[in-house]
Design a protein around this ligand. Structure first.
Ligand SMILES: [Zn+2]
Length: 303
């Protein structure tokens, strides 16, 4: 019998590699499991189930993608649309602090059933998905893809295909855990070409192509239910899927539900207002109450 971690709340990303032969290791992957983060974030919001499902998927995807960058800074996933969800947002700092929210229309049909996967294009309509890497003084990079596929998984795959020209396979899953919380996970495979002396990407060999296609075929056997199954540990899932490709895991990167709001930040934001505007916003005690859209904490600022 194989030991598995049962019911443990997992929050973070397990990076892994597959040996593609010789000294080259061009195949990398990430498995994000963010049950605890998605559950606590979504518990603070009263989103309809179908909207919460999309938000949980976005949290898993942001966690997964943020971990592919070795930088100090913030990775942001933001989608904008013109339907019942106008904004979908999740960001992750290099220290593993995760925030998320969705702007959901008041007349959102709360009876709408889950999409499995979440029905991105139906919920957001025409719009775009943007990934931003903000490294402060070291620069900012943004990539954008229009929402022209039915779900977040497919839109993100199109982004990597069109913008990054990186062979990428992705699987996202989110599902209520039946106890008021959420399961949410993302699995990604990518192959990175070696660069030659001229810094140009080298073509893959036939053997490397074979290994890539085998890896994708093995990944395609993973169901969404397996991906989020809390009784299958991340290590066990990867072993089951990719054992024949000598999968090796790297240290697990922990992440947590953590907002970055503070009274100081709110005060700095209010500094941009005219005194008359502040007086308008203040209560009888000359205090302005600002509610954080991420963590719902209320900040009371004296003017
Ligand atoms: Zn906050």
């Amino acid at each position: 019998m194989t030991a598995t971690i049962a019911s443990e709340v997992q929050n973070g990303v397990l990076p892994f590699l597959m040996n593609t032969g010789g000294n080259r290791t061009a195949l990398r992957g990430r498995l994000a499991r963010v049950d605890g983060i998605a559950s606590s974030i979504l518990a603070r919001h009263d989103y309809p189930l179908a909207a919460a499902e999309l938000s949980a998927e976005s949290i898993a995807l942001a966690a997964c993608l943020s971990s592919t960058m070795d930088f100090e800074g913030i990775f942001t996933l933001q989608a904008s649309g013109n339907a019942s969800i106008s904004t979908l947002f999740a960001d992750v700092t290099s220290a593993g602090a995760v925030r998320a929210y969705a702007q959901v229309a008041e007349d959102f049909d709360r009876e709408q059933s889950l999409g499995a996967p979440a029905a991105l294009i139906k919920l957001m309509g025409t719009g775009y998905l943007a990934f931003t890497v903000d490294q402060g003084e070291n620069g900012r990079y943004q990539g954008i893809v229009p929402i022209e596929e039915p779900d977040l998984n497919a839109v993100a795959m199109r982004y990597f295909y069109n913008s990054e020209q990186l062979d990428t396979a992705l699987l996202l899953a989110a599902k209520p855990d039946g106890d008021g919380g959420w399961h949410a996970a993302a699995l990604m495979l990518q192959r990175i070409p070696e660069t030659g002396g001229n810094n140009e990407p080298q073509p893959f060999t036939d053997e490397e192509d074979d290994i890539w296609h085998t890896a994708c075929t093995l990944m395609a056997t993973c169901t969404r239910d397996e991906l989020i199954d809390p009784n299958i540990s991340p290590e066990e899932l990867l072993r089951r899927l990719f054992q024949e490709l000598n999968v090796a895991v790297l240290p697990f990167k922990m992440m947590q539900d953590e907002c970055r709001c503070s009274p100081d930040r709110v005060e700095r934001m209010l500094d941009g207002l005219e005194q008359a505007e502040k007086i308008d916003l203040a209560d009888d005690d000359n205090k302005i109450t600002v509610s954080c859209e991420f963590c719902k904490k209320e900040h009371h600022i004296n003017i």
